[in-house]
Structure formats: C-alpha cells, structure tokens
Design a protein around this ligand. Structure first.
Ligand SMILES: *Cc1c(COP(=O)(O)O)cnc(C)c1O
Length: 398
C-alpha cells in the first residue's frame, strides 16, 4: 500500500475507514506501522540536499517530521478540505506554532471573547510579555469586529462551537468582514464531520486532537491544517519551538480517527436527547445546547451544523457550587468529573473551577459562566442509561 488509497470524492466515513496511511509505509501490513525513531539515515549529501530543499520527499529528524505525523495530519487535512497539516504535542502546541508563524510583536489579533480558557490565556501572555495587541469581540456584535480591524491586524481567532457556552460562530459573516485577514478556527468541538470551516472561507483550522479526533481519552496531541504556503511556516515553527507530536501518539490518534464519523453522529444524537431530557428537569434552570430551539444561535446552528451539534452541552444548577459538588459526588462512579472532554465515556466538568478559573467572577459572569454551570461531554453510552443516571442524581438535589 504505497499510495494513499483514497478517492478524493469519497465520503468522510470512507476516508476515515480506509485512511491512516502514508506513502512511506511500504510493507502491506493490515494496520499502519509505528516509526519510533529519533532520526532517519541519509544515503548521501546529495540526498540530504534534495530532502531539505523539498525536491525529494523524505525525513531527517522526527522533530521536523515523521511518517506517523504525516499519516495523521494528511487525513485530517483531507477531512477538513485543506492542502496539508501539521500534528503537534497538544492543541496548545498547534496554537503556539500558528501564532509564532503568523504574528510578531506589535501586530494585532482579533479573538472571540469566549474561548477555551488557555487560548485566551496564551493570547494575554503574548500581549503582556511580547507586545502583541489583542482585541476581543462578541460573536453577536460583528459591527464591533469590523470596527476593531486595523492595518496591523494579522489574524482572527474563533471557535466554531465555543467552550463552554456552545456559541456558534457565523463563519461566512466573519469571513466577509475580515476580507484578506486570515481566519483561524478552533474546530475541536464540531470536527470536520459536522462543520468544515475552510468551506466557509476560513484560512486555517486547528484542533485539540486530545478530544474528538482521537476520541478515546488516551492521547495528547494537536493538529493544524491549511494552505501549503502557510503550513510550511507553521511546520518550521512547530520544529523550532519543539511542540512536535510523538510518533506513537500520532499513531494512536490515527487509529481513533478511523471511527470519527460514527462517533460524531452518535454523540450528536445522544446530546440532543439528553439536552431535551435535562430541559424538563425541575432542578435545572437552563440548558445550553445549540440544537435546542431556545439557544441564541439555534438558527445559525441549523444553517452551519445541519448534521448535528456535537456532544457538548452545558446546564445550570441554581444551587451553585454546592449543588454541582453534590451532583459530581453522586455521579462519580458512572459519569465522572474529569477535566477533559470527548472521551468515549460521558464526563462532567466544571468550567468555573477548571478551564475558566483564571477569569475573575465578574469576567465569568459577563460571558455567562456561572458558579452553577456544569459541562457535560456526551460519550457513546446508551442514551437511556445516561438519562436515568442524571435524573436520579438530580433528584437528590432537593
Ligand atoms: C482542550 C482544548 C484545547 C487545547 O488542547 P490541548 O490538547 O489540551 O492542548 C483547545 N481548544 C479547545 C476547544 C479545547 O477543548
């Protein structure tokens, strides 16, 4: 199996089921091999020059590239409709490589106000220590986005579905306003099975592979995909800053990716049913899920996410921190409190105490993250079991 056996017109489920290959895997094994190697021997100085110069495909040192990186990143690139990709040590590593390639001190970046906590923290760190200018904007106030653009604006960052409030970014509108300014989309929650930001005009897409793309709670990795011209710079920064993935985790992520379309369809369906179930529970004051008609971005979600809204939802307990603690203790052996998401099993998280802890209470309140907010990451269990377990635990709150 020397060439990628993939038809470019194939559906995503066909791409993922048959994917996982690199042209470097020359022995016809049924599963891809793992290249656990630091470096690659080179035949001659002539070969060195042509690999470094890009005339010949090849590998030199795993920090710069490895067939397992290639096998994973090229599948994600194909799923997202991008030219190529780079796999990194974590989602944050992917963001670091992108920022180091795209901006310098004094440049200006636009970013959505509600983002994965560490994304905002990294931007604030670059602003405070390296003179990056950052303006946050509200996804529902795109006039403010337009007004904030300056001649130094080099990048705009949004999440397709935001963490933890599940806001849906109106990507076509945002791209229209940005014009030639590149849009970087964190597509971790939606995955290319539900939304392909590049089809809507985004330039670059990044993921925490630690979440759905791997989907089994056993890998830490990131990936970024986009046009070759930018990916060359981003790949160089990944190597320079040493945020490269390791081959075995790339291999594991590659295996996880084989079932992505199945998993995304399943978690979207289950999340919808659990969201409706929670909406009917008297102990829950608010359920946040873009597939529910009362979500502020419901219409946008129907337009941009016609195949499902993913498996992430959030809900509010009016009893605040005490009620959350009681719920977590009751559910701990069935639906554990685990500060991650997109595992095969359903997990609970507490944004106020984990991903958004670095914000002040007032900052959190301003974007709707309350002390009673619980985030639920729906897994692959039977939906009826999840509803029963959640219902029983909620009943203990009164
Ligand atoms: C987890 C996460 C990240 C960061 O990825 P890591 O793999 O943990 O570094 C970025 N964005 C979102 C939406 C996430 O959930």
């Amino acid at each position: 199996m020397t060439d990628k056996p993939i038809d470019p017109a194939a559906a995503q489920s066909t791409i993922t089921a048959r994917g996982g290959w690199s042209s470097d895997f020359t022995t016809r094994t049924s599963a891809p091999p793992v290249y656990m190697t630091t470096a690659f021997d080179i035949e001659s100085l002539e070969q060195l020059d042509s690999v470094v110069g890009g005339q010949e495909k090849g590998y030199i040192y795993t920090r710069d590239g490895n067939p397992n990186h290639e096998a994973f990143a090229s599948d994600v690139a194909q799923l997202e409709g991008a030219e190529s990709g780079v796999v990194t040590a974590s989602g944050m590593g992917a963001l670091t490589a992108v920022l180091m390639a795209m901006v310098k001190s004094g440049d200006h970046v636009l970013a959505a106000r509600v983002l994965y906590g560490r994304t905002g923290q990294l931007l604030n760190h670059l602003a405070n220590s390296f003179g990056l200018q950052v303006t946050y904007f509200d996804l529902d106030d795109l006039a403010a986005l337009k007004a904030a653009i300056t001649s130094k604006t080099k990048l705009c960052i949004v999440e397709s579905i935001s963490n933890p409030l599940l806001e849906v970014a109106d990507l076509p509108e945002i791209v229209g306003i940005l014009g030639a300014i590149p849009l970087l989309v964190d597509n971790t929650f939606a995955t290319p099975c539900l939304l392909k930001p590049i089809e809507h005009g985004a330039t670059l897409v990044w993921h925490s592979v630690s979440k759905y793309l791997n989907g089994h709670g056993d890998v830490m990795a990131g990936v970024v995909v986009g046009p070759d011209s930018l990916m060359r710079r981003i790949r160089a920064m990944s190597s320079l800053y040493g945020v490269n993935a390791n081959p075995f985790e790339s291999w594991l992520a590659n295996r996880g990716l084989r079932t992505l379309p199945l998993r995304m369809a399943r978690v979207s369906q289950t999340a919808n049913s659990v969201a409706q179930f929670l909406s009917a529970q008297p102990q829950v004051s608010r359920v946040i899920y873009p597939g529910l008609a009362d979500h502020p971005h419901y219409e946008r979600a129907r337009r941009l996410l016609p195949d499902g809204c993913s498996g992430m939802l959030a809900f509010d307990l009016p009893g605040g921190r005490g009620a959350v603690d009681c719920l977590f203790r009751t559910l701990s052996d069935r639906i554990p409190f685990s500060p991650t998401l997109a595992d095969a099993r359903t997990t609970l998280s507490y944004p106020t105490g984990t991903s958004h802890k670095f914000m002040t209470t007032a900052e959190r309140a301003a974007c709707g993250i309350t002390d009673g907010l619980v985030r639920l990451s729906i897994g692959l269990e039977d939906p009826a079991d999840l509803q029963r377990e959640l219902g029983e635990a909620l009943a203990k709150l009164i």
